[in-house]
Design a protein around this ligand. Structure first.
Ligand code: NAD
Ligand code: WQD
Length: 348
């Protein structure tokens, strides 16, 4: 059977890399994206990298009729659900927009999936669901406690999907839901071709695109938020993961959903991280060494809501999905830089 995967949000940063990986692994790909935070040029480049076509529908996942039409037209067997808004600060200013887009959008998607009897779903969750945990290394069994509206949309969606999967067996004639909740740590990097990468709108919120734009001279100076954390060099520690490693985890998740472990259905969370923490200063130093460029920076006060340190325990994904991150921090930075140099204005 040919596997056709619907990729919601497929024109975005992680989604476009997932499309490459899916096409190269022999899947047929259907993308649905409203282009709210992306440019369909990314999808042209996906086809250019792989030499394979994909189907694209400019559709908002909240538009139930339009989404149902896509399911009627395409032989979709599983869904990877990336579509969502993701800026923490914006979610604090406009929480309803986030709940409507992310939570309501997911409700519409799963209703349409149920109607079409497509019940394999890989969901983009986030380490942000762990909130302000006192632990620094997160395992999947820690309680969920997101601390901002964006994070709460992810936590709510996880709850909805767990509840949905718990209905399996109530109607024995129906096929069971098979759901993987993938909790990403800090995805960075780009495809090694330099053709697709992260193209943030305006001034980046996240560290890596900010560093790259300072190094290329687009931004004057990086503010390092806090040098008084209880970490070895005083700056915040995160688990940065190469976006290509991350999307490979999605292919492994689809394979797992179609295998023995999920034969009777289920909904399970997996961390996707390297298991290694890295400080802001280490990122700057590695960037300077790998690119030969200076990253001009100054220390600034801590950013509200930031944790000192967090990183993944990725053992469950290794054990149950047979996945682990392979790429080094040098790879992540070299690929970010190639994308930045080849596309100084992003996709524009
Ligand atoms: P992105 O903004 O580049 O991609 C999201 C895509 O979804 C965009 O192309 C956008 O246009 C589309 N979209 C948004 N709302 C939509 C809607 N209602 N209908 C159709 N399309 C819609 O973001 P990304 O970094 O690729 O993130 C992908 C997913 O991973 C998101 O759900 C995000 O919350 C999650 N995630 C990202 C990170 C990260 O650091 N990048 C970390 C953890 C989780
Ligand atoms: C990393 C480190 C900052 C920018 C965010 C979201 C999270 C997830 C991933 C989606 C921290 C420091 C940053 C800057 C800095 N997204 N920093 N100067 O905050 O770990 O996670 O993206 O789910 O939900 O919150 O990532 O890249 O913003 O920050 O010093 O200009 O870099 O303080 O220590 P974060 P980030």
């Amino acid at each position: 059977m040919v596997n056709t995967v619907l990729v919601t949000g497929g024109a975005g940063y992680i989604g476009s890399h997932a499309c490459v990986e899916l096409l190269q692994s022999g899947y047929q790909v259907v993308v649905v994206d409203n282009l709210a935070n992306s440019n369909c040029e990314s999808l042209k480049r996906v086809q250019d990298i792989t030499g394979k076509p994909l189907a694209f529908y400019q559709v908002d996942i909240r538009d139930r009729n339009a989404l149902a039409e896509v399911f009627a037209k395409e032989p979709i067997t599983s869904v990877i659900h990336f579509a969502g808004l993701k800026a923490v600060g914006e979610s604090c200013e406009q929480p309803l927009m986030y709940y409507h887009n992310n939570v309501y959008g997911t409700l519409v998607l799963i209703q349409v999936m149920a109607d079409a009897d497509v019940k394999q779903l890989v969901f983009s969750s986030s380490a942000t669901v762990y909130g302000a945990s006192e632990h620094v290394q997160y395992t999947e069994d820690l309680p969920i406690g997101a601390i901002n509206p964006y994070g709460r949309t992810k936590a709510m969606i996880e709850d909805i999907l767990r509840d949905l999967s718990a209905t399996d067996g109530l109607k024995p004639t129906e096929s069971p839901w098979k759901i993987a909740l993938l909790r990403y740590f800090n995805p960075i990097g780009a495809h090694e071709s330099g053709k697709i990468g992260e193209d943030p709108n305006g001034i980046p919120n996240n560290l890596m695109p900010y560093v790259a734009q300072v190094a290329i001279g687009k931004l004057a100076q990086l503010s390092v938020f806090g040098n008084d954390y209880p970490t070895p060099d005083g700056t915040g520690i995160r688990d940065y993961i190469h976006v290509v490693d991350l999307v490979k985890g999605h292919i492994k998740a689809i394979q797992a959903l179609q295998g023995e472990k999920f034969a009777a259905g289920g909904c399970k969370a997996y961390n996707l991280g390297t298991g290694r923490g890295c400080s802001v200063l280490e990122i700057i130093e590695t960037f300077e060494r790998a690119t030969g460029r200076k990253v001009n920076y100054k220390f600034a006060p801590r950013r509200t809501g930031d944790l000192a340190e967090c990183f993944a325990n990725p053992e469950l994904a290794l054990k149950e999905l047979n996945w682990k991150a392979e790429k080094s921090l040098d790879d992540m930075i070299a690929d970010t830089w190639l994308w930045q140099v080849k596309n100084p204005q992003g996709y524009n």
